[in-house]
Design a protein around this ligand. Structure first.
Ligand code: NAD
Length: 265
């Protein structure tokens, strides 16, 4: 099947209303997968707090939700800062009365030869991609326990397999997957769920940072891509929306690939 042309979830008669009465906090909501997820959850009935380091972008997403009759608020926040994460959870609970689904989607990436990867960039990727979700989940835990909520962590194929010239990114996404699995077990008996969605090849801004570094071996890079076409962020948002919904009540600790088969064997 060809890559479908994205349709606004508010104009898509095939989607359900699985998020009536639910509250979601979505990071990375200014663009790409985070934006598509915020729109999707709102279209399914959720009240959505849109968070992003790009404040204007987050506000634009919330405004778009409002224009369609949905409920959303927005704020600028850097998820690598624990105080900002606590404030996001506090703001969401204050505005909407609770929190049911935390979608950790904000992320940064980039490629480099390992010997040229800088410790600062390694720290930055760990800070946003792994510590951000760690801070947010810690802050959200009381609410998630009270409402038997769940967490969807946006990892990557780079959280499932190794990828050449992506040491820092791979390390950060494997950390996120490990965090997800450990929490799923620690809280398994409470009903609070933790899952990782692992896409490959999504047509978004982040890809600009993943150009092959000079002198890269294309045969090593091509190992990471099986499909001819990129998927659109809406297809990943649809998977996030399923995993975060009550329909997925038995999905816990799962590492769900959506990558056209790239991580198959
Ligand atoms: N595009 C892909 O092919 C792909 C594949 C696998 C995983 N992912 C992951 O998907 C997630 C979303 O990325 P995307 O593809 O939509 O790219 P994107 O660049 O469009 O979106 C990332 C968003 O995160 C925000 N962000 C970055 N640093 C932040 C911070 N410190 N605090 C708060 N927000 C911050 C950005 O402003 C941006 O809006 C990322 O975690 C990324 O690693 C993307």
């Amino acid at each position: 099947m060809a890559v479908p042309t994205p349709v606004s979830p508010f104009a898509d008669p095939t989607i359900g209303r699985r998020y009536e009465e639910k509250v979601a906090l979505v990071t990375g909501a200014a663009s790409g997968i985070g934006k598509a997820t915020a729109l999707r959850l709102a279209a399914e009935g959720a009240s959505v707090w849109c968070a992003d380091v790009n404040t204007e972008g987050a506000q634009a997403t919330a405004a778009e939700i409002g224009e369609h009759g949905g409920r959303a608020r927005a704020s600028g926040a850097d998820v690598s800062e624990p105080e900002a994460c606590a404030a996001l959870v506090g703001g969401t609970v204050e505005a909407f009365g609770g929190l049911d689904v935390l979608c950790n989607i904000a992320g940064i990436g980039g490629s480099a030869h390992f010997t040229e990867e800088s410790p600062d960039r390694m720290r930055a990727m760990m800070a946003v991609n792994a510590f951000g979700p760690f801070y947010l989940i810690q802050a959200a835990m009381p609410q998630l326990l009270e409402r038997t909520g769940n967490v969807v962590n946006l990892a990557s194929t780079a959280g499932v397999i190794g990828q050449a010239y992506c040491t820092a990114y791979c390390a950060s996404k494997h950390a996120l997957v490990g965090l997800t699995k450990a929490l799923a077990i620690e809280y398994g008996r409470t009903g609070v769920r933790f899952n990782a969605v692992c896409p490959g090849g999504v047509n978004t801004n982040i890809l600009g940072g993943f150009l092959p570094p000079e002198g890269a071996s294309m045969s090593l890079i091509s190992r990471s891509f099986l499909t001819r076409d990129m998927q659109e962020p809406e297809s990943v948002a649809a998977m996030v929306a399923y995993v975060g919904s009550d329909e997925a009540y038995y999905v816990n600790g799962a590492v769900l690939s959506i990558d056209g088969g790239t991580t198959t064997g």
